[in-house]
Design a protein around this ligand. Structure first.
Ligand SMILES: [Fe+2]
Length: 372
């Protein structure tokens, strides 16, 4: 039997109001660079969080773009080094957390972001103290040890990863998700959904990660539509925040699958936001994996009380995407056959390599044909 090893943030706080305890989690003598999402920085709950750590804050950075480019992290490095900060706090969605996580790792070392992104330099040790407070229920970035970044020039989107990049404190407060816009609620929620089922069917899944992933899927089936329809519904927001955290706790240990393998080049080439790319690609990949995953899909259907066979899981996933108005293809993002080569070449990430069914270049092409 192989030995399972699990790695999580040193401290995870979960619950309504948890973000107001943030200052108690920071190291003494903290000099903080805050990286905040623009929407949350203006929201009442976001402002309260920033106020609680104001005495330790050197500077607040807002304006991380979606799919954060290397230049944004370079800007954060320059600011962090100028103010000689020893702590980075991220309050935002996946992009904000990823950019801040990379900055926390790279501020104390030499070089620029591209040096590490392209493997010219390697991280050797733990960076600055890092706390992550998600404001969307979806990416799980507050739990993972990687930051997904994009090189604008080559359009390559990939992870900067190191075991020491796991947050020192993950503070998951559903109150912070109340200001999350409707569309983002849907797409980030579906991202959490995909992450959970890709973790469940991963060859590296264990009893622990399957329990976490199945509970995430169950909560999403029962709460995402409600959170999307009623943004102020704190019960649904709490369920989704917990589902996203559980999904992160599952996939951060097992890795993902072909939806994520394909979503990265599709997202960077066509400018499709990550959650939406995953939501669109989910249905054809579920169908593709069905011949080798029917037992796991049936198990997931059973554990989440939506049926007893694999088809019922696929049907429920498809219904959820439809209710949330996810497009069936990439037509509105102007996918062309001439894009296939780039996507095929750049989809061979760790996620794709561990998809439960091997996906050849021809298989990828067949899936993309359906997306035209
Ligand atoms: Fe994702």
């Amino acid at each position: 039997m192989s030995i399972a090893s699990y790695s999580y943030p040193r401290k995870i706080l979960f619950g309504s109001g948890a973000s107001l305890n943030l200052s108690g989690e920071l190291p003494s003598g903290a000099k903080v660079l805050v990286v905040a999402g623009t929407t949350v920085a203006k929201s009442p709950s976001g402002r309260k969080v920033l106020e609680t750590i104001a005495p330790a804050t050197c500077t607040v950075y807002t304006g991380v773009p979606p799919e954060p480019p290397l230049e944004t992290v370079d800007e954060l490095l320059a600011i962090g080094r100028k103010y000689m900060v020893n702590t980075v706090v991220a309050v935002g969605g996946g992009s904000v957390i990823d950019a801040a996580k990379a900055a926390a790792a790279l501020i104390p070392v030499e070089g620029r972001t591209a040096d590490y992104f392209f493997g010219r330099l390697h991280l050797q040790r733990k960076g600055l103290f890092f706390a992550a407070l998600p404001t969307t229920a979806g990416t799980g970035a507050e739990i993972t040890n990687n930051a997904v970044l994009t090189d604008r020039e080559s359009r390559i989107k990939q992870s900067l990863r190191h075991p020491s990049m796991v947050a020192d404190a993950a503070v998951v407060d559903p109150d912070l998700t109340l200001s999350c816009p409707r569309e983002l609620t849907a797409f980030s929620g579906l991202d959490a959904f995909v992450q959970a089922f890709e973790s469940f069917t991963s060859p590296r899944a264990s009893a622990l990660t399957r329990a976490l992933a199945a509970e995430a899927v169950r909560k999403i089936f029962h709460s995402l539509e409600e959170a999307w329809k009623e943004p102020e519904n704190i019960r649904a927001r709490t369920e989704m925040a917990e589902a996203s955290m559980l999904s992160g706790m599952a996939f951060s240990q097992t890795g993902l699958g072909a939806v994520h393998g394909l979503a990265h080049p599709v997202g960077s080439l066509l400018g499709v936001p990550h959650g939406l790319a995953c939501a669109i690609l989910m249905r054809p990949v579920l169908e593709f994996n069905l011949p080798v995953c029917s037992e796991q899909y049936a198990d997931l259907a059973d554990r989440t009380f939506i049926g007893s066979d694999a088809r019922s899981f696929l049907r429920a996933a498809g219904d959820l995407a439809e209710k949330l108005e996810v497009p069936e293809n990439l037509r509105s993002f102007a996918l062309h056959r001439s894009d296939f080569e780039f996507i095929i070449k750049n989809c061979r990430s760790a996620s794709m390599k561990q998809n439960p069914r091997e996906m050849t270049d021809r298989d990828v092409e067949a899936i993309l044909e359906k997306m035209l």
